[in-house]
Design a protein around this ligand. Structure first.
Ligand SMILES: NCc1[nH]cc(CCC(=O)O)c1CC(=O)O
Length: 309
């Protein structure tokens, strides 16, 4: 019987802590283990420290994960808990995403101050968001809207909105639910017209490849439906661009042994886009995502990516 507690690494934001606690609670329940068997270890990442510049500018993917992954690789941590949406498509050698907790709602939520819905905002209104995808999708509906960079923890963004810095902001419904803040939401966006980021709403657990003790423990909390859907979405992202500089949206839905995926790429001004829908057997989830990404890549041509990079 193992007696040394498992060390679970997480960032320190309220959302990250809520996710780490959810992971620990599910592990305790699945294995009838006491709380003392899990130690939550809080680390600060580069993405947490730099809050005044767009993520794509600081260096894109990996900003929220590098410190955790170093400690995971060195054996200082047994697992790291992340928003799957923040994970690079390529992980450091020796690490893998070994479990996905049951997914929360995948949709984006609007928190409107001067109007509840995007289409009702005043002409020339300002929306705060640092996400290229949200920026592009907003401009597709409302080219007159100004999107300004809006970063920081969910609480910080809500405070800036309250102070009147912007007319509205967009946040993942999943994060607001996990923080118990759904009361601020004024509208929820349809994923078919406003596709979420790949892996949005999913919590993943990263561990060392070949760590049998970790694998045995994590298998009991893995949700196969979330695993397959997110694997498909991440493969789509990987086939297109891992750099975080291209607005990409898409989501997969599993039904029985089938999976259906819809995705798009769109220019930041919202004027040009290519979309794809594909379905197949759940067994081939990742291959379907890859094929969808390659299909879009061929149709868009390299010029589509060069135009603004
Ligand atoms: N990029 C930051 C980030 N990473 C995960 C979430 C929300 C939770 C999730 O999507 O699972 C957020 C904030 C947001 O987009 O509102």
């Amino acid at each position: 019987m193992q007696t040394k507690p498992f060390r679970i690494g997480t960032r320190g934001s309220p959302l990250a802590l809520a996710q780490a606690h959810e992971a620990r609670d599910r592990l305790m329940a699945a294995h009838a283990m006491p709380e003392e068997m899990f130690e939550i270890v809080v680390l600060t990442t580069k993405g947490d420290r730099i809050t005044d510049r767009p993520l794509a500018e600081i260096g894109g993917k990996g900003l929220f994960t590098q410190e955790l992954e170093e400690k995971l690789a060195s054996g200082d941590l047994d697992f790291a808990v992340h928003s799957a949406k923040d994970m690079p498509t390529v992980l450091p050698q020796g690490l893998h995403l070994s479990a996905y907790l049951p997914r929360e709602d995948i949709r984006d939520a609007v928190i409107g101050r001067t109007a509840p819905k995007l289409i009702e905002l005043p002409h020339g209104a300002t929306v705060g968001s640092a996400s290229l995808r949200r920026q592009a999708l907003i401009r597709r509906i409302r080219p007159d809207i100004k999107v300004t960079i809006f970063r920081g923890a969910v609480e910080t963004r809500l405070r800036k909105l309250d102070e009147g810095q912007v007319d509205a902001t967009l946040l993942a419904l999943a994060g607001l639910k996990r923080l118990g803040k759904v009361d601020v939401i004024t509208d929820i966006l349809d994923p078919d017209t406003f596709p979420p980021a790949p892996a949005q709403g999913a919590i993943c657990i990263e561990s060392r490849i070949g760590d049998r003790r970790a694998d045995d423990l994590l298998a009991a909390v893995n949700d196969p439906t979330t695993h397959d859907a997110v694997s498909c979405e991440r493969a789509f992202l990987a086939a297109l661009d891992g750099s975080c500089r291209t607005p990409i949206g898409g989501y997969a839905v599993c039904e029985g042994d089938r999976i259906r995926f819809s995705g798009l790429i769109i220019t930041p001004d919202g004027r040009n886009q290519h979309s794809v829908t594909i379905d197949g057997n759940r067994r081939d989830a990742a291959a379907l995502g890859t094929r969808a990404g390659q299909d879009i890549r061929v149709r868009a041509g390299s010029g589509f990516f060069d135009d603004w990079n």
